[in-house]
Design a protein. Structure first.
Length: 153
């Protein structure tokens, strides 16, 4: 690797240990901090004894994939001279048992893009494949990431 970039952060458990009916319960609350950025409060999802009001590893994984595709797509559009009027995404991540282990098995990204020039709709659609191929987050996971874009003018 010719270039390496490091990203250092801290996680701090903010929950507590409680006894209820003779059984130990460890709250799932935590805070993640990276220098110079707002802290991120998290928990596990309610299905895993957490609090759905906060981000969890599953939502953070899906959000990382959405953000990486978005930012990579902006870069390839910029290099191709395609001006965007809007970009939004709705993604779905599926957590399931595979090979005997709970894991993320698929994430489907559904970016909705509007380009400024109707003549560029086809090229803007094609660039999603290039963005996907170059998205380092998609290239770093061991499950399928699908991209199902809609591009309009």
């Amino acid at each position: 690797m010719s270039q390496a970039h490091r990203f250092e952060g801290d996680l701090r458990w903010t929950g507590s240990a409680q006894q209820a009916e003779g059984k130990l319960r460890l709250e799932r609350a935590f805070t993640i901090e990276f220098a110079g950025k707002a802290p991120l409060a998290g928990s596990s999802p309610a299905v895993f004894n957490g609090d759905d009001r906060f981000h969890n590893p599953e939502t953070l994984m899906v959000s990382s994939l959405m953000a990486c595709h978005h930012l990579t797509y902006l870069a390839v559009c910029e290099r191709s001279g395609i001006a965007l009027a809007s970009y939004a995404d709705h993604a779905v991540g599926t957590l399931a048992i595979k090979d005997g282990k709970m894991r993320m098995v698929e994430v489907v990204l559904r970016p909705q893009v509007r380009v400024a020039d109707a003549a560029q709709v086809e090229r803007a659609t094609e660039l999603h494949a290039k963005a996907h191929a170059n998205c380092f987050m998609s290239n770093s996971v061991n499950f399928e990431v699908k991209v199902e874009p809609t591009v309009t003018a």
